[in-house]
Design a protein around this ligand. Structure first.
Ligand code: SF4
Length: 446
């Protein structure tokens, strides 16, 4: 359901043969992750030993479809703005002093780092944490970036940005660095094919046959250069905090993230959601797209027919828009109902989660207007009752439906106009996503 938003996708491609052009493969890869951010996009590529940086507002397909440049090393980015305005200045990659960087995530207390750097004479052009990190590393290493080593950059990141949640790429004229935060909040996978090395937020690359795939571990960095690839050691901590919403909602259904197959996990959650649910229904209806595999698992488990009765207008890319009136308008325009599929039917609607409840309210009202006898909402993640401090754009608690109604199903159902509502029990959810390995903070009171 379009209500949680993320920051971005990152992609890098390095040709094993320096005469090969990888731009098309890079653009194909980043386009497949366009769902992670649609505000702006950009690529940085090496040509004649120089980095060129091109950024634009909007989608990859609208800006880079006819891109003719050639390169054997490049990185790309798509942005969803959680911090800073949607403008060309904040588009990534960010280029500075012969390094280009792009970033998916957040660092805490970024203003503090900025203040220290300004005192040292640095100036800032963007609102992005990516610029802060890059200039911080320059300030610490005090040398030309051609002489930076993977380990020294990794050590700075892991000691100075411990509270961060990020995947970070850096492009130099002849190599690429990539890093993951020390708790592994965000996914980042390295893939080797016959002709290239890729580093991606999600592994949904085109027809490439992967010879090997390595999900970067906690605090791990990787360098790719003409001699191959080199990994740093992972953090020694036993605790990971992988964001569960990467699997439940953000990632493409065709992806693996954190070594987890997104489709399989969503089916499993749908099956668990169906356990002990006895509500009578004629059809199970998914909210597309992220609700689909959960609905599939639910309908299979309960042997109730799956029906595509809700149409999703793909042109409404973001229901989560800055002001309330735009948001309401977008939700109103996003969904329509196929009347003959729902008339006189008892319906179970399956989705991944509820944030403010705007979409659920709208869908319930549309289903009832189209003759549904009853509408029962089923969610395959627990109630969201807390904000996210690690870069996912969850609104203030006062706007969170489950927080307002203290997770009481009857009260939430009444507010939404639904006949009943049921969330997956937290215990079952934790069986799929162990709390020592996965972040569950937005489901916790404190
Ligand atoms: S608080 Fe929720 S949205 Fe934020 S990282 Fe943790 S699981 Fe993901």
């Amino acid at each position: 359901m379009s209500k949680l938003r993320h920051e971005c996708a990152v992609a890098a491609v390095f040709a094993k043969n320096k005469d090969n052009n990888i731009i098309d493969k890079l653009l194909a890869s980043i386009s497949k992750m366009q769902h992670r951010g649609q505000d702006s996009c950009g690529i940085s590529y090496v040509k004649d030993e120089k980095i060129t940086n091109k950024t634009a507002l909007g989608l990859i397909k609208d800006n880079f479809l006819n891109f003719k440049e050639k390169s054997n090393i490049a990185i790309a980015h798509t942005r969803y703005a959680t911090i800073g305005k949607i403008n060309i200045k904040n588009a990534q990659p960010y280029f500075y002093n012969n390094v280009s960087a792009c970033f998916n995530g957040t660092i805490s207390k970024s203003e503090n780092y900025k203040r220290i750097l300004i005192k040292k004479g640095y100036t800032f052009e963007t609102d992005s944490d990516c610029e802060v990190i890059l200039k911080w590393i320059f300030s610490k290493l005090k040398k030309n970036s051609d002489n930076w080593s993977l380990n020294e950059v990794s050590n700075i990141l892991n000691s100075d940005f411990k509270d961060g949640a990020y995947s970070l790429l850096m492009l130099f004229k002849d190599r690429i660095f990539a890093f993951k935060d020390i708790y592994s909040y965000r996914p980042l996978v390295f893939i080797e094919t016959k002709e290239e090395y890729f580093i991606l937020s999600e592994d949904c690359i085109t027809s490439e046959k992967a010879m090997q795939k390595i999900e970067l571990d906690k605090g791990q960095g990787i360098e790719i250069n003409k001699n191959g690839y080199f990994l740093t050691k992972k953090s020694s901590s036993n605790i990971s905090k992988k964001c569960v919403f990467e699997v439940v909602y953000f990632a493409s259904k065709n992806s693996n993230v954190f070594n987890v197959n997104v489709k399989e996990k969503r089916i499993k959650l749908g099956e668990l959601l169906a356990l002990d649910d006895n509500v009578e229904a004629d059809i199970v209806v998914p909210v597309m797209n992220s609700g689909f595999w959960g609905a599939f698992g639910y309908s299979k488990k309960r042997n109730i027919k799956l029906s595509f009765a809700i149409k999703n207008n793909e042109n409404i890319l973001r229901t989560f828009i800055e002001n309330k009136s735009n948001r309401n308008k977008a939700v109103n325009e996003k969904y329509s109902i196929i009347r003959n599929k729902v008339q006189d039917k008892n319906i179970i609607v399956v989705d991944d989660s509820i944030v403010r409840g705007l979409t659920v309210k709208k869908i319930t009202s549309l289903l009832k207007k189209n003759g549904a006898k009853s509408v029962h909402f089923r969610l395959f993640s627990p109630p969201i009752i807390n904000v996210c401090l690690w870069g996912v754009d969850i609104p203030d608690k006062s706007e969170l439906l489950a927080y307002i109604y203290k997770s009481k199903d009857n009260n939430i159902a009444k507010e939404l106009g639904a006949d009943s509502i049921k969330y997956i029990p937290k215990k079952l959810f934790c069986e799929v996503f162990n709390e020592n390995q996965w972040c569950h903070n937005c489901f916790r009171k404190k």
